[in-house]
Design a protein around this ligand. Sequence first.
Ligand code: PXL
Length: 268
Amino acid sequence: MANEFPQALTIAGSDSDGSAGMQADLHTFFRRKVYGASVLTACVAGNSYGIHDAVNLPTSFIDTEFKALADDYQIRASKTGMLSDSELIHTVVKNYKQYDFGPLVVDPVITTKHGNVLLEQSAYQTLRDELIPLATVITPNFFEAQKLAEMDIDGRDDMVTAAKKLVSLGAKNVVVKGPQRQENQTTSVDYILLEDGEGFFLEEPYHDTSRVNGTGDSLSACIAAELAKGNDVKSAIKIAKSFVNTAIENEIMVGHKFGPINHWAPKD
Ligand code: PXL
């Protein structure tokens, strides 16, 4: 009975201001009532104005983090966040294949919303070839979807085409996020393509706010949390979209510029 309580794992970087990365993931796990374990890959020094510095953890230490968890915990679902470069991606892929850490949600973190690069250019191919084929769900933002699908996305038909391309790279289920901060935007639209071929758009009211740090991290973490509790992929994605939207709608004032979303706002 040692491991009865649902446990989820975030494999991600730390963000010193707590708004994104591993901190956003752990806030989300907590709010969705799953126990959160963490494999730290990198550390980012930053605040609501942007990123000042970043360092990667040694891969031997990352191996030990994985082993320590595998020896004791029963991880029921995992998610990846910032993986910085090819070496870190190789390390995470090797470890994930070695242990049974449940379905994997891949948030293909490439840049922040404000243009800070979190994945080296040379690592795109490794992300495509090695990590994406392991993804139970992949959750690229608008920019990442264009990059990974190698196409411009202009409108809903292109979102569908991009999702199909991501499936052809090996991801089982895909969430392609629509553009944000468009002129006169009233809704936030994502396209979902599921493993069984079902595709649909998910739409929520758009909230024009600069307090959206950690949105993508929290969406993918919420999907992982729901999978860890035994929910199916479709309901996990729907719960996550609504969770994040409520967290954006109810601003908290933290930091001067691009602040965090509000993990307290969504209902249990
Ligand atoms: O939200 C993307 C992200 C992921 N991981 C870390 C980050 C950020 C954005 O700042 O710092 C560690």
